[in-house]
Design a protein around this ligand. Structure first.
Ligand code: PEP
Length: 252
Protein backbone atom coordinates (compact mmCIF):
# COMPACT_ATOMS: atom_id res chain seq x y z
CA UNK A 1 0.00 0.00 0.00
CA UNK A 2 1.03 3.60 -0.53
CA UNK A 3 -0.05 6.26 1.99
CA UNK A 4 -2.96 8.42 0.76
CA UNK A 5 -3.53 6.26 -2.32
CA UNK A 6 -6.91 4.55 -2.69
CA UNK A 7 -6.34 0.89 -3.62
CA UNK A 8 -7.68 -0.36 -6.92
CA UNK A 9 -8.72 -3.89 -7.83
CA UNK A 10 -9.44 -4.51 -11.52
CA UNK A 11 -10.76 -7.66 -13.12
CA UNK A 12 -9.64 -8.74 -16.60
CA UNK A 13 -12.15 -11.17 -18.09
CA UNK A 14 -9.98 -11.71 -21.18
CA UNK A 15 -11.87 -13.58 -23.94
CA UNK A 16 -14.44 -14.94 -21.51
CA UNK A 17 -18.06 -14.04 -20.99
CA UNK A 18 -21.39 -13.99 -22.79
CA UNK A 19 -24.48 -11.96 -21.90
CA UNK A 20 -25.35 -14.51 -19.21
CA UNK A 21 -22.09 -13.68 -17.39
CA UNK A 22 -23.43 -10.22 -16.59
CA UNK A 23 -25.18 -11.71 -13.55
CA UNK A 24 -21.71 -11.81 -11.98
CA UNK A 25 -21.21 -8.14 -12.80
CA UNK A 26 -24.58 -7.32 -11.25
CA UNK A 27 -23.63 -9.20 -8.08
CA UNK A 28 -20.39 -7.23 -7.91
CA UNK A 29 -22.25 -3.97 -8.44
CA UNK A 30 -24.71 -4.77 -5.65
CA UNK A 31 -21.89 -5.40 -3.18
CA UNK A 32 -19.95 -2.28 -4.21
CA UNK A 33 -22.99 -0.03 -4.06
CA UNK A 34 -24.05 -1.47 -0.72
CA UNK A 35 -20.62 -0.59 0.69
CA UNK A 36 -19.82 -4.27 1.24
CA UNK A 37 -16.73 -4.45 -0.98
CA UNK A 38 -14.34 -2.53 1.27
CA UNK A 39 -12.49 0.69 0.60
CA UNK A 40 -10.82 -0.18 -2.72
CA UNK A 41 -12.04 1.14 -6.05
CA UNK A 42 -13.21 -1.77 -8.20
CA UNK A 43 -13.38 -2.10 -11.97
CA UNK A 44 -14.17 -4.94 -14.35
CA UNK A 45 -12.86 -5.22 -17.92
CA UNK A 46 -15.16 -7.58 -19.84
CA UNK A 47 -14.71 -8.39 -23.53
CA UNK A 48 -15.64 -5.53 -25.88
CA UNK A 49 -18.82 -7.31 -26.93
CA UNK A 50 -20.24 -6.88 -23.43
CA UNK A 51 -19.18 -3.29 -22.78
CA UNK A 52 -22.38 -1.53 -23.80
CA UNK A 53 -24.62 -4.00 -21.94
CA UNK A 54 -22.32 -3.84 -18.93
CA UNK A 55 -22.36 -0.04 -18.97
CA UNK A 56 -26.13 -0.12 -18.91
CA UNK A 57 -26.15 -2.47 -15.92
CA UNK A 58 -23.55 -0.41 -14.03
CA UNK A 59 -25.11 2.98 -14.79
CA UNK A 60 -25.30 5.20 -11.73
CA UNK A 61 -23.29 2.78 -9.59
CA UNK A 62 -19.76 2.74 -8.20
CA UNK A 63 -18.31 -0.30 -9.99
CA UNK A 64 -16.17 1.03 -12.85
CA UNK A 65 -15.96 -0.42 -16.33
CA UNK A 66 -12.82 -1.00 -18.38
CA UNK A 67 -11.78 -2.44 -21.72
CA UNK A 68 -8.88 -4.75 -22.52
CA UNK A 69 -7.17 -3.01 -25.43
CA UNK A 70 -7.53 -0.06 -27.80
CA UNK A 71 -6.16 1.11 -31.12
CA UNK A 72 -3.77 4.05 -31.38
CA UNK A 73 -6.02 5.94 -33.80
CA UNK A 74 -9.42 7.45 -33.02
CA UNK A 75 -11.06 6.14 -36.21
CA UNK A 76 -10.23 4.88 -39.68
CA UNK A 77 -9.67 1.86 -41.87
CA UNK A 78 -8.62 -0.62 -39.19
CA UNK A 79 -10.98 -3.55 -39.61
CA UNK A 80 -11.72 -5.36 -36.38
CA UNK A 81 -10.06 -2.79 -34.14
CA UNK A 82 -11.71 -0.57 -31.52
CA UNK A 83 -10.58 2.95 -30.68
CA UNK A 84 -10.26 4.62 -27.30
CA UNK A 85 -13.05 7.16 -28.04
CA UNK A 86 -15.32 4.22 -28.96
CA UNK A 87 -14.58 2.56 -25.63
CA UNK A 88 -15.30 5.80 -23.81
CA UNK A 89 -18.52 6.17 -25.78
CA UNK A 90 -19.52 2.60 -24.82
CA UNK A 91 -19.17 3.49 -21.13
CA UNK A 92 -15.60 2.49 -20.23
CA UNK A 93 -13.46 4.63 -17.97
CA UNK A 94 -10.37 2.36 -17.98
CA UNK A 95 -8.49 0.44 -20.66
CA UNK A 96 -5.75 -2.16 -20.21
CA UNK A 97 -2.81 -1.68 -22.59
CA UNK A 98 0.26 -3.85 -23.07
CA UNK A 99 -1.08 -6.97 -21.38
CA UNK A 100 1.55 -9.70 -21.81
CA UNK A 101 -0.89 -11.75 -23.90
CA UNK A 102 -1.01 -8.88 -26.38
CA UNK A 103 2.71 -8.23 -26.19
CA UNK A 104 3.38 -11.92 -26.92
CA UNK A 105 0.53 -13.07 -29.17
CA UNK A 106 0.11 -9.79 -31.08
CA UNK A 107 3.79 -8.75 -31.01
CA UNK A 108 3.04 -5.43 -29.33
CA UNK A 109 6.15 -3.35 -28.67
CA UNK A 110 6.75 -0.81 -25.93
CA UNK A 111 6.35 1.98 -28.49
CA UNK A 112 2.96 0.65 -29.59
CA UNK A 113 1.83 0.25 -25.98
CA UNK A 114 2.86 3.83 -25.28
CA UNK A 115 0.92 5.06 -28.33
CA UNK A 116 -2.16 3.14 -27.14
CA UNK A 117 -1.79 4.64 -23.66
CA UNK A 118 -1.53 8.11 -25.19
CA UNK A 119 -4.67 7.45 -27.24
CA UNK A 120 -6.43 6.33 -24.07
CA UNK A 121 -5.51 9.51 -22.20
CA UNK A 122 -6.56 11.66 -25.13
CA UNK A 123 -9.97 9.97 -25.09
CA UNK A 124 -10.40 10.59 -21.37
CA UNK A 125 -9.74 7.00 -20.31
CA UNK A 126 -7.34 5.88 -17.59
CA UNK A 127 -4.71 3.53 -19.02
CA UNK A 128 -3.71 0.42 -17.07
CA UNK A 129 -0.23 -0.19 -18.48
CA UNK A 130 1.03 -3.76 -17.99
CA UNK A 131 4.66 -4.75 -17.63
CA UNK A 132 6.36 -7.96 -16.49
CA UNK A 133 9.22 -10.34 -17.08
CA UNK A 134 9.21 -13.90 -18.41
CA UNK A 135 10.39 -16.88 -16.39
CA UNK A 136 13.71 -16.98 -18.30
CA UNK A 137 14.30 -13.29 -17.70
CA UNK A 138 13.69 -13.71 -13.96
CA UNK A 139 15.92 -16.76 -13.75
CA UNK A 140 18.66 -14.84 -15.56
CA UNK A 141 18.42 -12.12 -12.90
CA UNK A 142 17.08 -9.60 -15.43
CA UNK A 143 13.56 -9.01 -14.08
CA UNK A 144 14.16 -5.43 -12.96
CA UNK A 145 16.14 -4.55 -16.10
CA UNK A 146 13.32 -5.85 -18.32
CA UNK A 147 10.55 -4.11 -16.41
CA UNK A 148 12.58 -0.88 -16.36
CA UNK A 149 12.93 -1.01 -20.13
CA UNK A 150 9.22 -1.76 -20.59
CA UNK A 151 8.17 1.01 -18.25
CA UNK A 152 10.44 3.66 -19.77
CA UNK A 153 9.21 2.67 -23.23
CA UNK A 154 5.51 2.23 -22.50
CA UNK A 155 4.42 4.99 -20.13
CA UNK A 156 2.66 7.92 -21.81
CA UNK A 157 3.96 11.46 -21.41
CA UNK A 158 1.95 13.57 -19.01
CA UNK A 159 0.58 10.63 -17.01
CA UNK A 160 -0.81 11.35 -13.55
CA UNK A 161 -2.45 9.35 -10.74
CA UNK A 162 -5.91 9.93 -12.27
CA UNK A 163 -4.88 8.91 -15.78
CA UNK A 164 -2.41 6.03 -15.51
CA UNK A 165 -2.11 2.86 -13.47
CA UNK A 166 0.79 0.41 -13.73
CA UNK A 167 0.17 -3.34 -13.47
CA UNK A 168 3.24 -5.44 -12.71
CA UNK A 169 2.41 -8.90 -13.99
CA UNK A 170 5.21 -11.44 -14.17
CA UNK A 171 4.35 -13.39 -17.33
CA UNK A 172 5.12 -16.72 -15.67
CA UNK A 173 2.62 -16.00 -12.88
CA UNK A 174 -0.36 -15.27 -15.15
CA UNK A 175 -2.91 -18.05 -15.11
CA UNK A 176 -0.41 -20.54 -13.68
CA UNK A 177 -1.17 -20.52 -9.97
CA UNK A 178 2.46 -19.46 -9.38
CA UNK A 179 3.33 -16.19 -7.68
CA UNK A 180 6.64 -14.49 -6.89
CA UNK A 181 7.67 -14.36 -3.25
CA UNK A 182 6.36 -11.34 -1.33
CA UNK A 183 9.98 -10.12 -1.16
CA UNK A 184 10.31 -10.28 -4.95
CA UNK A 185 7.00 -8.43 -5.44
CA UNK A 186 8.03 -5.76 -2.92
CA UNK A 187 11.44 -5.36 -4.59
CA UNK A 188 9.89 -4.92 -8.04
CA UNK A 189 7.19 -2.50 -6.86
CA UNK A 190 9.82 -0.40 -5.07
CA UNK A 191 11.84 -0.25 -8.30
CA UNK A 192 8.71 0.73 -10.27
CA UNK A 193 7.87 3.43 -7.72
CA UNK A 194 11.37 4.88 -8.15
CA UNK A 195 11.02 4.86 -11.94
CA UNK A 196 7.62 6.54 -11.80
CA UNK A 197 9.23 9.29 -9.75
CA UNK A 198 11.89 9.68 -12.44
CA UNK A 199 9.31 9.75 -15.25
CA UNK A 200 6.58 11.85 -13.65
CA UNK A 201 8.33 13.63 -10.75
CA UNK A 202 6.04 14.22 -7.75
CA UNK A 203 2.89 12.78 -9.30
CA UNK A 204 4.73 9.47 -9.80
CA UNK A 205 4.65 8.95 -6.05
CA UNK A 206 0.85 8.50 -6.12
CA UNK A 207 0.37 6.53 -9.34
CA UNK A 208 -1.17 3.19 -8.44
CA UNK A 209 0.98 0.11 -8.98
CA UNK A 210 -1.05 -3.11 -9.14
CA UNK A 211 0.27 -6.62 -8.80
CA UNK A 212 -1.17 -9.21 -11.21
CA UNK A 213 -0.57 -12.91 -11.66
CA UNK A 214 -2.58 -15.66 -9.97
CA UNK A 215 -4.10 -13.39 -7.32
CA UNK A 216 -6.71 -15.42 -5.44
CA UNK A 217 -8.72 -14.90 -2.24
CA UNK A 218 -6.16 -17.09 -0.45
CA UNK A 219 -3.08 -15.00 -1.29
CA UNK A 220 -4.63 -11.53 -1.70
CA UNK A 221 -4.08 -10.30 1.84
CA UNK A 222 -0.38 -11.12 1.82
CA UNK A 223 0.32 -9.68 -1.64
CA UNK A 224 -1.87 -6.60 -1.41
CA UNK A 225 -0.53 -5.59 1.99
CA UNK A 226 3.01 -5.07 0.66
CA UNK A 227 4.62 -1.63 0.37
CA UNK A 228 3.93 0.02 -3.00
CA UNK A 229 1.33 -2.60 -3.94
CA UNK A 230 -1.77 -0.49 -4.48
CA UNK A 231 -4.12 -3.19 -5.68
CA UNK A 232 -4.41 -6.07 -8.09
CA UNK A 233 -5.14 -6.89 -11.70
CA UNK A 234 -7.04 -10.14 -11.48
CA UNK A 235 -7.69 -12.55 -14.35
CA UNK A 236 -9.35 -15.90 -13.66
CA UNK A 237 -10.56 -15.03 -10.17
CA UNK A 238 -12.46 -11.99 -11.48
CA UNK A 239 -14.96 -14.07 -13.41
CA UNK A 240 -16.94 -14.94 -10.29
CA UNK A 241 -18.27 -12.19 -8.04
CA UNK A 242 -17.65 -14.20 -4.89
CA UNK A 243 -13.92 -14.59 -5.66
CA UNK A 244 -13.40 -11.04 -6.94
CA UNK A 245 -15.12 -9.58 -3.88
CA UNK A 246 -13.11 -11.86 -1.60
CA UNK A 247 -9.91 -10.43 -3.13
CA UNK A 248 -11.15 -6.86 -2.64
CA UNK A 249 -11.93 -7.80 0.97
CA UNK A 250 -8.18 -7.95 1.58
CA UNK A 251 -8.53 -4.19 2.15
CA UNK A 252 -11.57 -4.42 4.43
C1 PEP B 1 -4.17 -11.29 -16.04
O1 PEP B 1 -4.42 -11.85 -17.07
O2 PEP B 1 -4.03 -10.06 -16.03
C2 PEP B 1 -4.01 -12.10 -14.83
C3 PEP B 1 -3.41 -11.56 -13.80
O3 PEP B 1 -4.50 -13.38 -14.87
P1 PEP B 1 -4.61 -14.41 -13.62
O4 PEP B 1 -5.10 -13.64 -12.42
O5 PEP B 1 -5.59 -15.45 -14.08
O6 PEP B 1 -3.24 -14.95 -13.39
Amino acid sequence: MTPDVRPFVAGNWKMNGLSASLVELEAMRRAVDAGEAGPAELAVCPPATLLAQAAWKLKGGKLALGAQDCHTEASGAFTGDISAPMLKDAGASYVIVGHSERRTLHHETDALVRAKAEAALKAGLTAIVCVGETRDEREAGDAIVVVTRQLLGSMPPGGAPETVVVAYEPVWAIGTGLTPTPADVAEMHKAIRGLLGEIYAASGTKIRILYGGSVKPANARELLGLDNVDGALVGGASLKAVDFLAIAAAYA
